[in-house]
Design a protein around this ligand. Sequence first.
Ligand code: MTE
Ligand code: MO
Length: 433
Amino acid sequence: MSDDKKLDSKEILEMYEKDPVEADRVYLGRVAHKDRRGFLKGAGLATLGGLLGASIPFHRNLPSGLIPVALADNHMIAGKDGLTMLNDRPLNAETPPHLLDDAITPTARHFIRNNGIPPEDVDAASWTLTVDGLVDNPMTMTIADLKSKFEVVTMALTIECGGNGRAFFNPPAKGNQWTYGAVACSNWTGVRLKDVLEAAGVKDNVVYTAHVGADDHLSMKEGKLPISRGMPIEKAMTDNILIAFEQNGAPLHPHNGAPLRLVVPGWPGSCSQKWLTRIYLRDVVHDGPKMTGTAYRVPNRPVSPGEKVDKKDFEIIERMPVKSLITAPANGAAVSGGDVEVRGHAWSGDRNISEVHVSMDFGVTWMKAKVDAPVNSGAWQNFSLNVKLPEKGYYEIWAKAIDDAGEAQPHAINWNPKGYLNNTMHRVAVRYV
Ligand SMILES: Nc1nc2c(c(=O)[nH]1)N[C@H]1C(S)=C(S)[C@@H](COP(=O)(O)O)O[C@H]1N2
Ligand SMILES: [Mo]
């Protein structure tokens, strides 16, 4: 693992802050010269090149103890590209909308929402998943067992954090200030949760699942879970929930739950337990950390902004509401012609999108976009529309999705104390110059 350790950018940054010359020696094998220019050679040069993703033609000129600015940017997370870091302990990072333009989100662009500290030195070969609680046949399986016992399927599945859009709450809500980018739709390969639960034999009195992962609580207290959520057994038995071991055809990214996670499309991302080690079935609604109180819960009635709500009036969030995201043009784009291709995605938990409407005149008139069918159940749907801006100037492109139950995105935030479920219309500014 020592080679991997070398590639941990956070550790390197800390070391460079404390003792830059020593960091040079440890990470790059370079010894400072009197003139402060130590030559980078061999392994050190290769390490640095690997971290930067390119060779360094002028490496001889790089002063000792000076960390390349690309690494000093604390937004850099190994294997991620362009994410905005909202918090580094626990790590939370979102993706700017224009970087979510792909129909299938590349792993490098999949957001990260950690409640605790991910496990280190994960060994996929010896990883096990236990399925127990109220089942006929409690089972403990390796990933190889899962692959051999159950049908392996690949599906594009949308994960959106329940708190996506919280940044726009007024009065503000505590928690990560997600704007738009705590959502993604990657290709996930794994086995169906339903198949595994059927093999384990669900007892008649089961009402809820309970999920356990291998991450540590921020306090690092032994055995204390940062998060353990579950879902009604009826939901757990739907066809599009996976126990996944691959993300976009490769092992999961370490921050997206390697080597094994649940992927529950259409419900709050928190249902999709990462670093999954155990699922147990219960005859009561699960009460693990982040299931109770006001976590992932909203008032059971509309409330006015800032209103105090009694804890007993909160209910567990189930499906995520209808929503869309404009991924092109980028917010703030300057276009030289009046022709703009508007593109994006739309989704609605457990439902399909029937229409997406686009406006360029602050919502006075709306045009229907082309909306693709989902590639499978649980995938977001892509929309596109060519818009002709009539004359030079400032415009806003707005998008509004409507699902097959007739639910449309609202203009105003449905305010709630913890800042969940903000599905207001997305607006991007465009200048025709
Ligand atoms: N074990 C574990 N699973 C977890 C979490 C976590 O902190 N620990 N965060 C949850 C939340 S709140 C969300 S939104 C999703 C985010 O998945 P991602 O980080 O892969 O984007 O993971 C969920 N699964
Ligand atoms: Mo979340």
